[in-house]
Design a protein around this ligand. Structure first.
Ligand SMILES: [Zn+2]
Length: 220
């Protein structure tokens, strides 16, 4: 079990990594870990560049009230709470405006690529939630259902959100999703994109040990 200090260190480490990789800008993006045993939500604060974060600045919330941390919690904690409440198997959530994924959110489009084996195994599809006002409970409208079946979702006209049992995994899912969408965007400039034949797609999703279908069978 992680201590208070270890959880804060983990959040600072991955917040800085996201900053280095260009997956958050100075004004947005937040990551959280939910310590279920002690009912504490650890989340990055608002209004600070992620590369300037320290352990003391991480906000700790209990029942929606901040009990620790030098800076005020992100206003998007409602999104993290809703996502992690809907996924009892998960301990971490990452919300960013990663450009290639968020471009689809601006178009209010679900992502249903059929050209990528990575996409097939990790996601199969990425749903886009309807628009909800940031900073209000509406930001989490529809999240319960969507996040139950997907580790990565889009928030219309806003950004994206991942959940996972560990923060390392949640960040990795975001990185993988963003990379696939970047490659897809490049591929569109080269020529006609070829989809994986439907039969092969189904077989891969059904039989590959790391596929989403098989991961979900094992964890539920
Ligand atoms: Zn946001």
């Amino acid at each position: 079990m992680s201590t208070d200090k270890q959880i804060k260190e983990e959040i600072v480490y991955y917040a800085k990594l996201l900053d280095q990789k260009g997956l958050v800008n100075p004004l947005e993006g937040n990551i959280s870990i939910y310590d279920r045993e002690n009912n504490k939500l650890y989340i990055t604060p608002t209004g600070i560049r992620k590369s300037f974060l320290t352990e003391e600045k991480i906000a700790v919330l209990q029942n929606g009230i901040q009990i620790d941390g030098e800076l005020r919690r992100s206003s998007e904690y409602l999104l993290h709470e809703a996502a992690l409440n809907a996924r009892p198997d998960c301990r971490a959530a990452v919300h960013t405006h990663a450009p290639y994924l968020t471009a689809f959110a601006y178009c209010n489009k679900d992502i249903k690529l059929r050209c990528s084996s990575t996409f097939a195994l990790l996601f199969e599809d990425i749903p886009c939630l309807p628009f909800g006002q940031p900073g209000t409970p509406h930001i989490a409208n529809g999240i319960d259902k969507a996040i139950k079946e997907h580790d990565l979702i889009l928030l219309a006209n806003h950004g994206c959100l991942t959940v996972a049992p560990t923060l390392e995994k949640a960040v990795a899912i975001l990185e993988a999703g963003e990379e696939v969408m970047k490659i897809y965007s490049l591929a569109q400039t080269i020529g006609k994109i070829h989809d994986i034949p439907e039969e092969d797609w189904e077989e891969m999703c059904n039989t590959h040990p790391g596929s989403k279908r098989n991961r979900y069978v094992k964890t539920k």
